[in-house]
Design a protein around this ligand. Structure first.
Ligand SMILES: [Zn+2]
Length: 342
């Protein structure tokens, strides 16, 4: 990640990257740095409460953390650090108009005012245009920070007026270490959560929780049982998959969690013959190895790709029961068609 090198404070910044990798925390850190009145502004990475600068490679904005300005910003009580996020489905024009009014006045007390716009990609077109007006005539002593997933989600005219900083997904090892050091998660669990999180600290934290782990354990045990089902017990498997579909239809949050778990488990099954040491679900290595050796390559390449399509339907559907049933039947078929003699 590149650092902000210029001594001049930029009028507009754009932080892009996936959710949960520290873009917002870095924006707050930036606001703290440009306003810190501490005489010896020092890095506080190691004494951090854990909410700021979780990444090793995030821009290091030095702050003292103890001056009145730092304290106000860190606790979210500074009148000149403005936070804007979608009201309902989007950031609307009224919000940007109100921001414009505020920015037309002098800052209350800040040396440098900062407006942070979260999920900036979720903005109505009129709001985008109103924002463009602000960026065209940037208010003095003010930085506007847009936080978005990709710059292509924003109007090019907006992007061209911002200094962009791209936040790469964090490496699994770094996430696992952070979970272990800061959240007290055991290393084995930390590695599993990190590997499933796609580079996001926030997602990894969620996946290291007891509830998530319980749901994942339950689902993967069910999967193993389905995989071990003898072909002549096909009826039992069907009944089991129907019950699974019903349970998951009634619990949307659990459904989201277990779909991620199943995906990682299918990935592991496919990976096992080539790189067994690289599987995610290390605690289930024995079961995965046994099952993987009974599945032929054809099933991996054709059967499991089809699962992706059904998974999208499940996620998009308000009542996913039918898609879920199809999903599990297909999965059962794929697993048992190729042996699964358990
Ligand atoms: Zn300070």
């Amino acid at each position: 990640m590149k650092r902000i090198r210029s001594r001049k404070i930029p009028h507009a910044l754009l932080f892009t990257g996936i959710d949960g990798i520290g873009r917002y925390q870095t924006a707050v850190r930036f606001a703290t740095t440009v306003n810190c009145t501490g005489r010896t502004a020092i890095r506080i990475d190691s004494s951090d409460p854990g909410t700021l600068n979780e990444r090793d490679d995030a821009p290091h904005f030095p702050v003292c953390g103890t001056c009145p300005s730092c304290k106000k910003i860190i606790t979210g009580n500074h009148p000149d650090i403005l936070h804007i996020k979608p009201a309902g489905s989007a950031i609307k024009i009224d919000q940007i108009r109100s921001l414009r009014n505020t920015l037309s006045l002098k800052p209350y007390e800040a040396r440098h005012r900062v407006a942070i716009l979260e999920r900036a990609q979720e903005m109505t077109i009129p709001a985008f245009n109103a924002l463009l007006k602000i960026l065209e005539e940037p208010p003095e002593r003010t930085t506007i920070i847009l936080i978005a997933n990709k710059s292509s989600d924003l109007l090019p005219t907006i992007v061209s007026r911002c200094q962009q900083i791209r936040f790469a997904p964090a490496p699994d090892d770094q996430i696992a270490r952070s979970l272990a050091d800061r959240q007290g998660v055991g290393m084995k669990r930390a590695h599993i959560a990190a590997a499933m999180a796609g580079g996001s600290f926030d997602v990894a934290k969620k996946m290291a929780s007891n509830q998530w782990q319980r749901q994942r354990d339950w689902m993967l045990n069910e999967m193993t049982l389905i995989g071990q089902g003898k072909p002549k017990n096909g009826k039992v498997s069907i009944r089991r998959t129907m019950a699974l579909a019903e349970t998951l239809t009634n619990d949307r949050q659990m459904l989201d969690n277990v779909l991620v778990a199943i995906k990682s488990w299918l990935r592991d099954l496919s990976l096992w013959p080539f790189m067994p040491e690289d599987i995610i679900n290390l605690d289930m290595a024995t079961q995965i190895g046994k099952l993987a050796s009974a599945i032929d390559a054809d099933t991996f390449f054709t059967g499991f790709t089809a699962m992706d399509t059904i998974e999208k339907q499940i996620r998009a559907n308000a009542n996913p029961r039918l898609a879920l049933e199809t999903y599990f039947i297909k999965l059962t078929h794929n697993l048992s068609a190729s042996g699964g003699s358990g």
